[in-house]
Ligand binder design. Structure first.
Ligand code: CP
Length: 323
């Protein structure tokens, strides 16, 4: 008789967000991700962990990093990976997100990786399927694997998260990356600062256990980490600042503003970056400080860990249900 896989410290079926996860759960996800970094640096990057499993990437919004890294992650674990291109699917004939998910569910995937334009859509979809679901970004709500890869990047560089001063700067209002990072970093004991114009901060942000600043030099003073965010123009209706030129002048990261952070402060950006808008090109490419490429590398390891953990949780659930 097959034995059930051991219960993992992360026992949920899905990964829909960071909000509500415990220190132990986040630490376990990071530990498991860290184990995969070495495998990805070897010549032979594959193992058989997910042999026979099926992963479907269902992206209703554009993506370069997240979609590619989930595909690579699945393939490096020997799963069968399908990329559903919404542009050529029956969504174009009027099929709803839920009907699309139910249709894919009938093909018995093990994990659905979903990016959706609407906040909450991935949670809704997860309630309609039998497989595990990973939120690859839903509207301005959450992007949990981005926060995990950011945390893994910081932890590998600084050896810890607790006590670090981390400034998250820019369009907080529309950013799922900011939300997931705030939940994770505050839970793990970092001192989080939000730096943004009044118009790009959600109301009540000061109640998230963070400090709020509207001036870059005040917010970046003595910071260990400076995390820049893209202006999410696709989610903006109306004007949030007078012009791009003025936005860069006050909130774009350049060497002058960076000079008040710690001399070895790391520069992060989830990508895609708009050079000359939220970050100066020279600063983004300064690899003595910028860890943007490392964030992308950590993304593959984090996604391998999440696919591994959720697939085994599902297997255990199915074996226990069959008893
Ligand atoms: N950071 C991020 O989610 O990038 P993509 O939109 O390219 O996936």
């Amino acid at each position: 008789m097959a034995t059930s896989p051991k219960k993992s410290p992360y026992s949920h079926r899905h990964l829909l967000g960071i909000e509500g996860l415990s220190v132990q759960e986040i630490s376990y996800l990071l530990e498991k991700s860290d184990e995969y970094v070495g495998q990805n640096r070897r010549a032979d990057k594959k193992n058989d962990t997910l042999h026979g499993r099926t992963i479907i990437n269902l992206f209703f919004e554009d993506s370069t990093r997240t979609r590619t890294s989930f595909e690579l992650a699945g393939k490096r674990l020997s799963a069968d990976v399908i990329n559903m291109s919404v542009g050529s699917s029956s969504v174009n004939k009027g099929e709803t997100l839920i009907d699309t998910a139910s249709t894919l569910n009938a093909m018995h995937p093990d994990v659905l990786v979903v990016r959706a334009g609407l906040s909450g859509a991935v949670q809704l979809l997860a309630e309609k399927v039998n497989c595990a679901v990973i939120n690859a970004g839903d509207g301005s709500h959450e992007h949990p694997t981005q926060a995990l890869l950011d945390a893994l990047t910081i932890q590998r560089r600084r050896g810890k998260l607790q006590g670090l001063k981390i400034a998250i700067c820019g369009d907080i209002l529309h950013s799922r990356v900011a939300r997931s990072n705030i939940y994770l970093l505050v839970t793990m004991g970092a001192q989080v600062r939000l730096v943004a114009p009044m118009t790009l901060l959600p109301s009540g942000a000061e109640n998230w256990g963070v400090e709020v600043f509207h001036d870059m030099k005040a917010g970046l003073k003595n910071c260990d980490i400076v995390m820049m965010l893209r202006l999410q123009n696709e989610r903006m209706q109306g004007n949030y600042f007078p012009s791009i030129r003025e936005y860069f002048h006050f909130f774009g990261l350049d060497y002058e503003k960076l000079s008040v952070a710690k001399p070895d402060a790391l520069i992060m950006h989830p990508g895609p970056a708009n050079r000359g808008v939220e970050i100066d090109s020279e600063v983004a490419d300064d690899y003595s400080r910028s860890v943007i490429r490392e964030q992308v590398e950590m993304g593959v390891a984090v996604r391998m860990a999440c696919l591994d953990i959720l697939s085994h949780n599902l297997q255990r659930e199915m074996q226990e249900a069959a008893k």
